[in-house]
Design a protein around this ligand. Structure first.
Ligand SMILES: *[C@@H]1O[C@H](CO)[C@@H](O)[C@H](O)[C@H]1NC(C)=O
Ligand SMILES: *[C@@H]1O[C@H](CO)[C@@H](O)[C@H](O)[C@H]1NC(C)=O
Ligand SMILES: *[C@@H]1O[C@H](CO)[C@@H](O)[C@H](O)[C@H]1NC(C)=O
Ligand SMILES: *[C@@H]1O[C@H](CO)[C@@H](O)[C@H](O)[C@H]1NC(C)=O
Ligand SMILES: *[C@@H]1O[C@H](CO)[C@@H](O)[C@H](O)[C@H]1NC(C)=O
Length: 292
């Protein structure tokens, strides 16, 4: 884990926003997690077995979250697939999914766990944020029921989404983002119908969020920066380094520099899949013209 203070960047417009609404610096943490993977069985496990595996991973993340909070971090980002891994089909991921409500419902799962139950994963993440007074960014799976009134409804009667969630330092769910640009092998998940533009405000800046492969596409990635003017992008990823142009550190730092934004990237750690490379990138060079 790396600790770092993103610098405020220096376009006059952005700076005045930061002076008006936010602290001019904050401490962020990203955690590169070696995911405890499920035993591949080819058959769906019970929801209890799924939760057991997810609790093992959340136990590891909890140590990182506590350590980050003790060092004064305001926010910690954990990786894509960091709670159950990536080796799934549609039916085998299903026991790992929870129904994640729209954050507009104004929900602290830690203090009100039954409201949208079953939600054991959201409850534990929320409590980790609340108990340690730190924003927690995690990647989990959402399921949304549908039926024959929707011709696109999948045969199991559920849309399944690769989802980033953010809990604030009181444990409240403040952001939910469904990954739009799924990687080729991600057949266990559906894309939302439209790209979602998800932002949230804090006392230390305005944040946007997307996931892994999304960074190679215009929406929602570029729109968050060029139209919504976020200060920082949160970026859970399971990035496989590919030479020459798609290694994590180089590509992600270039994206942040080109876009003129802080990028907090948390990668999974799996060297046999070339998944390594965390990044906290703060803009220190003023970029006055963003042509997007
Ligand atoms: C996988 O199976 C082995 C052997 O049964 C067991 O020891 C191990 O705990 C299992 N791992 C997980 C993550 O369930
Ligand atoms: C949070 O704190 C409460 C009360 O001390 C405790 O019961 C709970 O286990 C803690 N949960 C987490 C995830 O830290
Ligand atoms: C089918 O889905 C629609 C839209 O989600 C919902 O309004 C309706 O109640 C559902 N019908 C049944 C029979 O479940
Ligand atoms: C963040 O704050 C700005 C300025 O007050 C406001 O215009 C914007 O709607 C807020 N965004 C969110 C997601 O709350
Ligand atoms: C890395 O990922 C591969 C493929 O999913 C898996 O077989 C291997 O066990 C993982 N390595 C570790 C150390 O988890």
């Amino acid at each position: 884990m790396i600790m770092f203070q993103p610098h405020v960047y220096a376009t006059v417009f952005i700076l005045s926003i930061l002076q008006a609404f936010a602290l001019d610096s904050y401490i962020a943490a990203v955690y590169e997690h070696s995911v405890i993977l499920p035993n591949v069985t080819g058959r769906p496990v019970s929801s209890e077995e799924a939760l057991t595996l997810m609790n093992k991973n959340m136990g590891v993340l909890e140590g990182a979250i506590k350590a980050a909070a003790q060092q004064g971090a305001h926010i910690i980002v954990t990786p894509e697939d960091g709670i159950y891994g990536w080796v799934f089909k549609r039916d085998t991921i299903f026991p790992y999914l929870e129904d994640i409500p729209d954050p507009q419902v104004n929900w602290i799962p830690c203090t009100d766990p039954e409201r949208f139950a079953p939600a054991a994963v959201q409850e534990r993440l929320s409590c980790m944020a609340r108990n340690n007074s730190i924003y927690v960014v995690a990647n989990i799976g959402d399921k949304k029921p549908c039926n024959s009134s929707d011709p696109k409804c999948p045969s199991n009667g559920h849309y399944q989404y690769n989802t980033n969630v953010v809990f604030d330092s009181k444990g409240k769910l403040v952001a939910r983002y469904h990954k739009y640009n799924l990687f080729m092998s991600e057949t266990q998940f559906d894309s939302p119908k439209e790209p979602e533009i998800v932002t949230f405000n804090t006392s230390f800046g305005k944040f946007g969020i997307f996931t892994c492969f999304d960074i190679l596409f215009h929406d929602p990635a570029v729109t968050l920066v060029s139209k919504l003017h976020v200060d920082t992008v949160l970026f859970p990823t399971a990035w496989m380094n590919v030479l020459p142009h798609l290694t994590a550190i180089e590509f992600h730092s270039a994206w942040a520099m080109g876009m003129g934004v802080n990028l907090l990237a948390a990668d999974t750690h799996n060297t046999s899949l070339a998944m390594t490379g965390n990044l906290l990138f703060g803009i220190i060079i003023p970029l006055c013209v963003l042509m997007f």
